[in-house]
Design a binder for this molecule. Structure first.
Ligand SMILES: NC(=O)c1ccc[n+]([C@@H]2O[C@H](COP(=O)([O-])OP(=O)(O)OC[C@H]3O[C@@H](n4cnc5c(N)ncnc54)[C@H](O)[C@@H]3O)[C@@H](O)[C@H]2O)c1
Length: 563
């Protein structure tokens, strides 16, 4: 049996596989398990609970060995993190096809998944863990930033949250991005966190500015910074409910209110009121049922206080931690008065084919990414949120593993950018090929009724044909690896989603492939939203070479594809 080992992707422009796509897949898989990138590499866990890159160390070593030998007309199949076969396909086909954690509908429960996982038959791939395109905490910082930017524009008509108070809880793996993203958006961020070690971690990494000695002192400091219009992040060591209770009692209404405790997993991710971390751990071990009862009652209380502040005018959103559903199941029947962040702010971006696009430099040289930063700023000066993000990211984001960048680019922008970057590789302006990919959390690639597809205009929230079509389209378009997963984000039973990656190695062949894959991938997102009745998407389709036979009275004539 293979053992855990230190993994780091090779860098530079020397090939160790039979082509750059295979080399890229191998380096990106290894990058996910780099100690500087993934959360618990020894257990093959990359992020998001137990989101893994491979099913076992034996499977990991076999994937690597297979990629090293894989020919340019062959395709490796990966079934829930285990390499199962290599087929002869053709040069323009993907080099790797991945399916993770998929279960037949009636069996798609967490209990059944746990049972099958314990038998060694499946693996949870989250979104970018099992599809080998995770890039560290930059992804969640940018997602939180983008959500705040869209909220700010739509609710306050301003580019930043200057002079606004953002209140939330949870400074864990993902939630720890809130203070930094808030600061990058010029807000005052006030965060409740029950675990002092999590607060210390965020202070040490520079994501958090200060910790207040009490709730009262934290709130007072936050209001002072708000008055001065100063961007600042403050943590208070307390339960979320304690902070919200204080705000309710003092009649202080935050401008924006959210939560990032891990309420989706109340046994592990939510500390009940009245318990500190050690007492909670003891109870969890000795009496898990009692723990769950207390945690769920605390979640219900937390959401009731939240609803009071919402009614007083706090702009509120759930950020995909399923806290509304948990509270609803405890009898808080108006929990869903709190909107999900996608219908509240992100839907318009998705409707235009905008989402968490990303690219990584196989050279390992940060300068390659800085050059692409300059290019993206030069190419799309009118994309204000992206401009702000890229400028600030250069200052605040430390690369983890292979240097990478994430940016919300849209349909049209992604393929233009991809071709220009491929050109830079060809001319030797970049030191090695660039990998283009995205989160599964994107415009046309996911069905998730409590998150990405919540409250679709035509009621198609749970229709999962779209992510399946997306994966098939990426395959037909020639993406270099394509993945289809179940359960990412909102958990087993709640989502189905697809991913793709394409490599720009500077060749002419890569140019048309990059253009086609990126164009079609974001294109199906626009089509999915146009089909659901979003006007923005219908307008977007008017001038592009995508024929949609039944959409809109002015249904588009066929146009020539230019690449
Ligand atoms: N929509 C998205 O794209 C998105 C992105 C990031 C995270 N999320 C969700 O956000 C949640 C948080 O993710 P994470 O990775 O940070 O989880 P995590 O388990 O690493 O952290 C949760 C934190 O909450 C704290 N906490 C628990 N109970 C508390 C309470 N009662 N009061 C105050 N603090 C409490 C814990 O001490 C911990 O630090 C998850 O549910 C995740 O799915 C969604």
């Amino acid at each position: 049996m293979s053992q855990p080992r230190e993994v780091q992707a090779a860098t530079g422009n020397r090939l160790t596989c039979k082509g750059w796509p295979q080399e890229a897949a191998m380096r990106m898989l290894m990058n996910n398990l780099d100690r500087r990138v993934g959360e618990k590499p020894d257990e093959l866990i990359v992020y998001g609970g137990r989101g893994r890159a491979a099913r076992s160390w034996e499977a990991f070593e076999a994937i690597v060995a297979t990629l090293r030998e894989l020919e340019n007309d062959e395709t490796l199949l990966v079934q829930s993190g285990k390499p199962v076969a290599v087929f002869r396909t053709q040069p323009e086909a993907p080099r790797v096809l991945i399916a993770n954690a998929n279960l037949v509908g009636k069996w798609a429960t967490l209990e059944e998944f746990n049972r099958l996982e314990a038998m060694g038959l499946t693996m949870y791939g989250q979104m970018t863990a099992g599809s080998w395109i995770y890039i560290g905490s930059q992804g969640v910082i940018q997602g939180t930033f983008e959500t705040m930017a869209a909220l700010s524009q739509q609710k306050f008509g301003q580019e930043t949250l200057r002079g606004r108070l953002y209140v939330s809880a949870g400074l864990g793996g993902m939630g720890g991005a809130q203070p930094l993203a808030g600061k990058m958006m010029d807000a005052v961020a006030l965060l409740a966190e029950v675990d002092p070690s999590r607060i210390q971690k965020r202070l040490d990494s520079g994501y958090l500015d200060e910790v207040a000695p009490s709730i009262e002192a934290g709130v007072k400091a936050a209001l002072d910074y708000k008055k001065k219009g100063e961007a600042r992040s403050i943590a208070v060591q307390c339960h979320a409910s304690e902070l919200l209770q204080y705000l309710v009692d003092q009649n202080i209404t935050p401008d924006v209110l959210s939560d990032q405790t891990a309420a989706h997993d109340p046994l592990v991710g939510y500390i009940p009121d009245g318990y500190d971390v050690a007492a909670a751990a003891k109870l969890r071990a000795s009496d898990p049922e009692q723990y769950l009862r207390l945690a769920r009652a605390s979640i219900a209380h937390h959401v009731e206080l939240w609803l009071t502040l919402l009614r007083r005018g706090a702009e509120s959103f759930e950020y995909g931690n399923n806290i509304r559903r948990e509270a609803y199941d405890q009898g808080v029947k108006d929990a869903f008065d709190i909107p999900g962040y996608v219908p509240a702010y992100i839907r318009d971006l998705f409707a235009q084919g905008k989402g968490p696009f990303r690219w990584a430099a196989l050279s390992g040289d940060p300068e390659d990414i800085y050059k692409t930063d300059r290019l993206v700023l030069e190419m799309f000066p009118e994309n204000a949120a992206m401009r702000r993000w890229i400028t600030l990211a250069g200052k605040h984001i430390h690369f983890q593993g292979l240097p990478a960048r994430i940016a919300y680019l849209g349909f049209g922008e992604r393929e233009e950018f991809g071709v220009r970057v491929n050109d830079m590789v060809r001319k030797g302006e970049l030191k090695a090929p660039i990998v283009f990919g995205r989160d599964h959390h994107d415009t046309g690639s996911v069905a998730s009724p409590y998150r990405e597809t919540e409250a679709m205009r035509d009621g198609s929230d749970a229709i999962a044909d779209w992510p399946i079509l997306n994966a098939l389209l990426s395959t037909a378009s020639g993406a270099h690896w394509v993945s289809f997963h179940h359960g990412g984000g909102t958990g087993i039973g709640y989502s189905l989603h697809a991913g793709m990656v394409v490599v720009g190695d500077g060749s002419k062949e890569a140019e048309s492939r990059v253009w086609r894959v990126l164009h079609n991938d974001a294109g199906i997102g626009v089509v999915r939203h146009a089909d659901a009745g979003y006007e923005l998407s219908r307008r977007k389709l008017q001038d592009v070479p995508i024929h949609t036979p039944l959409i809109g009275p002015e249904s588009q004539p066929r146009k020539e594809v230019t690449k």
